[in-house]
Design a protein around this ligand. Structure first.
Ligand SMILES: [Zn+2]
Ligand SMILES: [Zn+2]
Length: 223
């Protein structure tokens, strides 16, 4: 005969298992870092919060701790200068009007001296280490997470590495990698870097015009 407490414990255990099960059935799904592109989003940032500055010039995702509300607003002030914490290159804040999307709002973009977009800001959801060499891809194991940083849709998407082969697919010359967020495809190209001894090839991701449009980083620590 079961005591009442055992029965309650059983019911509780079943409820907990049920919760886990529904989690499992929902699947892990892709995880996206929230991009910050509107003034209203910067307005909500508080001192102590951290944002990610994603720089296309040095291809690094750097942590920027918000020191004050003014600091957050400086990151979206038209004409303000933002310096990349990794390469120290500066970008200029531009408010780009988006009249096609009602209600009309301005998107905050970061441009270089030529007026080309060279960065974006997102909510920081972990620490990333950019992966550029085949040897770094070879070290990835099943269960590791990488981030696909797409400059087309300006999104940091996490991808769970399924196997060694899966990881090597990210650095195999000619392979196609799809952005989990916008579904745009990029082609893997090995760019020879002969100037840095020992000579090695850097893995880059290009669009149909041959322009770099993404990079991959390893998620080294979750927030
Ligand atoms: Zn940089
Ligand atoms: Zn994308």
């Amino acid at each position: 005969m079961k005591s009442i407490s055992t029965t309650i414990r059983l019911i509780f255990a079943t409820a907990v298992l049920g919760a886990f099960a529904s989690f499992a059935y929902a699947g892990p799904g892709p995880q996206y870092w929230e991009s910050i592109t509107k003034k209203a989003q910067f307005d909500q940032l508080k001192a102590g919060e951290k944002v990610a500055y994603v720089c296309y010039i040095c291809k690094n995702v750097s942590e920027v701790p918000i020191t004050s509300h003014e600091h957050a607003m400086e990151l979206c002030k038209d004409g303000a200068t933002v310096v990349c914490p990794s390469c120290q290159k500066s970008s200029k804040v531009v408010r780009k009007e988006k009249r096609n999307d009602p209600p009309s709002y301005s998107e905050v973009i970061y441009v270089n001296e030529k007026g080309e977009e060279c960065a974006f800001v997102a909510k920081l959801a972990g620490n990333l280490e950019t992966i550029r060499a085949e040897a770094q891809f070879a070290q990835l194991k099943a269960g590791d997470k990488v981030a696909y940083v797409c400059s087309v849709c300006k999104t940091v998407s996490e991808i769970a590495v399924e196997s060694h082969d899966h990881a090597m697919g990210f650095c195999k010359e000619g392979d196609i990698v799809t952005c989990p967020s916008c579904k745009k495809t990029t082609k893997v190209v090995r760019k020879e870097k002969r100037n840095d001894p020992p000579s090695y090839s850097q893995v880059i991701y290009v669009n149909e015009k041959g322009e770099e449009c993404a990079f991959i980083a390893k998620v080294v620590a979750k927030m």
